[in-house]
Structures are given as C-alpha cells and as structure tokens.
Ligand binder design. Structure first.
Ligand code: FES
Length: 319
C-alpha cells in the first residue's frame, strides 16, 4: 500500500543537500514512526516511476515527514530528479515507514558513527535516546563544517553527546573508531551509517575488539559502488526469457512481468527481495547474503546476472 503525498517545503541544507517536508495529500497525519525509520518514495518522471529509499529525519508533531537528499555527482536518476524537478506542490507516493535500523531497547549505551549523509537515519534515534534518558554518543565525520548536515541542530540539541570530525579542515580529523570502541562499556550497541568502506572498517574493528555481532547495527546507502548501469543480461523464468537492459533493475523487470516480489530497502540490505537462482552467474552487490547463500540466492534490488540466469519460479514469495 502506498500513501499519496505532496511536497510542502524545500530547503537547501548544504551546497548539495536539500531538505524536503512531505505531507499527506488529503491533509491526514502521516503514520507514526519508530526511530531510525525510512520510506520508499515513488516519484513520477518521463522515464517512469523512480523508486528510492530515504531515511526520515523527522516526523513533525502535525504528522509531516522530513527527508534530506544529497545530490549524487553524475546522477541522472533519483537525487537528480529530487534536486532539479521537485518543488513545493509536487505530488508523489510513499510507502509506509519501515526500519532496518532501530535502537535496541535493552542497550546499556548507544554509540552512533555517521559519515556525511549517513547522519540521516540517526536523527530520530538520537532524539529517542535523549527523550527516554538513554546513555548515548554520536561521532560524526564530514569534510568541512559547511558540508556537515544538521550541524547547528546537532550542536544545539546534543552538544555534550556529539563529537564532530572534519577531514579537510586544519586539524584533518578523522573518527578514531578503534580508540572509541575500546572505551565503551559492556552492553554497548554500535550503529554505523555511511559509505561501504566506512561501515566495513568499523564493523571489522568492533568484531576484532570482541563486540558480539548482534550489538553491531548498520545501514548502507546506495552509493556509486553499486553498479546500477552495467551490462544487459537475460533472466529466464519458467519458459520465458526476459531481457534486462543495462539501466534496468532486475526487481523492477520482474515486477513489470507480473512477478510482484516484496521489497523494503532496495539497497541490498534487508533480504526481503531474496530469490533463488537455478542457473547462471550473478554479480552480487548486496551487503546481506553470506558467501554460502550467494551460491543459491540473489537480491534483485541491487544484484544482476551475467549473460543468462534462470530463477526458480516455484520458490518466489510473491505479494
Ligand atoms: S529490498 Fe532489501 S535487499 Fe532487496
């Protein structure tokens, strides 16, 4: 089910990040959210509907949602459309809010590591921590202060819990996650959001220091490292062979061919869209499946076939 909404306001947050406030088209309050929630946005365009996941940075008391979108260099898709075509009054649809990340209720201490736009899913979580009296801290890295999203807000609202690191300013500071991870008490939950290498480095450091896997939480955002424009390939479903063009997403192609596969994050992180591969080589681009699982399964929201792949129609979990 989707919710019809329109854009109520647009504001420039930094040089390349815009903040959008979205309201229900019939003025109903939008659904309540859990801290860390995201939505899928369905933005109409001449080339069809552009579907993208965005973290909710806020749900206002009168039931509006806020999202922040960074203009990705060379983007011709989601962020380009949002930055260049969306204005006050633009109509679109959104999904109901979902969570990949959410704060662990029993955590003794909560530590957030964010890089750049990776701060967005944490804003509602930080707010929840503060409101419910939880122990928490934020380590937030950006290139320069002017590129630091919500700098003023964070400084004012979470002054004693936040430490900023600016890699291109005079002191060239980077988050010393190894040192900081060593200091946290037993029972700490760690949350990470940023580019894949940032996430991977902190996960590895936490694991090396003995953090149990279930206390490490992360959310990746679609980056240039996920190749959405690669070679075309074909997918065989029962007796039908369907082409997938270089700029098409397999999940969408399956959907257009009557196979409504459930999905949530669309960035290869939640596993919702998992399908079974019978034959063929897969270019895996997710951060969810284990190496063993990749031998039999794929996540069509990000992963692609090489040449011809065949998927198991009988095992599809359709909606
Ligand atoms: S929709 Fe989440 S992994 Fe594909």
């Amino acid at each position: 089910m989707k919710i019809p909404v329109s854009v109520e306001s647009v504001a420039m947050e930094t040089n390349d990040i815009k903040r959008f406030r979205i309201k229900h088209r019939f003025n109903e309050p939008l659904p309540e959210i859990h801290p860390g929630a995201h939505i899928l946005t369905y933005l109409p365009s001449n080339e069809g509907v552009i579907i993208r996941p965005y973290s909710l940075t806020n749900r206002t008391t009168d039931g509006r949602y806020e999202i922040a979108i960074k203009l990705v260099q060379k983007s011709r898709g989601g962020s380009f459309r949002w930055h260049h075509s969306v204005t006050v009054g633009t109509e679109l649809e959104i999904s109901f809010p979902k969570n990949i990340l959410k704060p662990e209720l029993l955590g003794r201490h909560h530590v957030f590591y964010a890089a750049g736009i990776g701060i967005t899913p944490f804003l509602t979580m930080l707010h929840w921590c503060k409101e419910t009296g939880r122990s928490f801290e934020l380590h937030y890295g950006a290139s320069i202060k002017e590129e630091c999203l919500f700098y003023g807000y964070l400084k004012e609202s979470f002054k004693s819990e936040t430490r900023f690191y600016f890699s291109r300013e005079r002191r060239k500071e980077r988050i010393d996650y190894y040192c900081s991870l060593q200091r946290h008490p037993i029972g700490t939950h760690v949350y990470i959001c940023g580019p894949p290498s940032f996430i991977e480095n902190i996960i590895n450091a936490a694991k090396n220091l003995g953090y149990p896997r279930e206390r490490i939480h992360f959310e990746a955002f679609r980056s240039n490292q996920i190749k959405t424009k690669t070679s075309p390939f074909k997918v065989k479903i029962e007796k039908k062979c369907v082409p997938v063009k270089e700029d098409q997403v397999l999940l969408d192609v399956l959907n257009e061919n009557g196979l409504s596969i459930p999905y949530s994050c669309r960035v290869g992180q939640c596993g919702t869209c998992e399908i079974t591969v019978k034959k063929g080589d897969v270019l895996h681009q997710d951060s969810f499946l284990t190496e063993k699982e990749k031998l039999s399964f794929m996540l069509p929201c990000v992963s692609r076939g090489k040449g011809l792949i065949e998927i198991d129609h009988n095992s599809l979990n359709l909606i």
